[in-house]
Write a protein that binds this ligand. Structure first.
Ligand SMILES: [Fe+2]
Length: 286
């Protein structure tokens, strides 16, 4: 069984054929959105079969809306569980947010009110989801631009309290921490230092755009920022073997350019690993 280790890339049809043909060394595993494959056949099923023949896959959901009050779709959860078993997923991740109402998916990851009622609701939904899927659920911290109503606590305290009330793992999005820290004025390193790294199972990095007024937008459509790579290095020092994904969801450059960004991430990983080897224990090479 393949295990996702090192640096991965999201499987996107824009470069899938070239990626699966060339198998560049920079890409060590792939992330897939189950929504693209569950209850779908044809080209999607073929792409998935080809990808799983060459790479370890990690699933990453976009639509389960962990903070919504509406019940999950039981039929979709059963199909999702079969899919996760098929790809031998070690965990399932989705965002700590809401993104659906009245049976409609908003295709946007919106912040929950940072209040106790939201914590109780999200914790109970995460527990239901873990029961339904039979594998751990990891929650991802989102980027947000405005808070709905009166915030009773910081986004970080909110996130940590949800963790405390569940057995959830963490998908830590370093770019989201950076974007939020700039837009809302907090110390990104201090935020990362409070994340319990024993719960972190995956890291995300991505590019963001800067608006004329200085607001950062989490677009996943720009090159990686050096500030985000520095933050990655900071958190990776505490959890050096966590798989890292480069998210790219638009304005696609060539695969060669994406591989250049992946090499920058590999360089960060190598530096962290070199520092974590005690002196005298370095690998001996001929
Ligand atoms: Fe992310």
């Amino acid at each position: 069984m393949r295990t996702a280790r090192g640096v991965g890339l999201g499987l996107r049809h824009e470069f899938a054929a070239e990626l699966l043909r060339e198998r560049p060394a920079e890409v060590e595993w792939l992330e897939v959105h189950p929504e693209n494959y569950v209850q779908r056949g044809g080209l999607f099923a073929k792409l998935l079969a080809d990808a799983s023949g060459s790479y370890a896959l990690l699933p990453h959901g976009l639509t389960l809306s962990l903070g919504s009050a509406e019940p999950f779709d039981a039929g979709y959860l059963r199909a999702l569980r079969r899919f996760l078993t098929e790809i031998r997923a070690p965990f399932y991740s989705d965002h700590l947010c809401w993104s659906a109402v009245d049976g409609r998916c908003l295709h946007d990851l919106l912040p929950l009110p940072f209040i106790r009622d939201s914590i109780v609701l999200a914790a109970s939904r995460i527990a239901q989801l873990q029961d339904a899927l039979g594998i751990p659920v990891a929650v991802e911290n989102i980027s947000y631009y405005a808070h709905p109503g009166l915030a009773r606590m910081s986004e970080l305290d909110f996130f940590l309290e949800v963790l405390e009330k569940t057995h959830a793992k963490v998908l830590l999005d370093v770019n989201n921490v950076y974007v939020n820290s700039r837009n809302h004025g907090f110390d990104a390193r201090a935020y990362l230092d409070r994340i319990p790294v024993d719960r972190v199972v995956q890291l995300h990095v991505a590019g963001h755009a800067t608006q004329p007024d200085g607001t950062l937008i989490d677009t996943h459509a720009e090159p990686l920022a050096q500030d985000v790579l520095q933050l990655l290095e900071h958190v990776l020092a505490r959890t050096p073997n966590t798989p890292i994904l480069l998210e790219r969801d638009g304005n696609y450059p060539s695969l060669a350019t994406l591989c250049g960004e992946l090499r920058e991430i590999h360089a960060v990983v190598d530096r962290v690993h070199a520092r974590s080897i005690p002196p005298g224990n370095e690998e001996v090479r001929a």
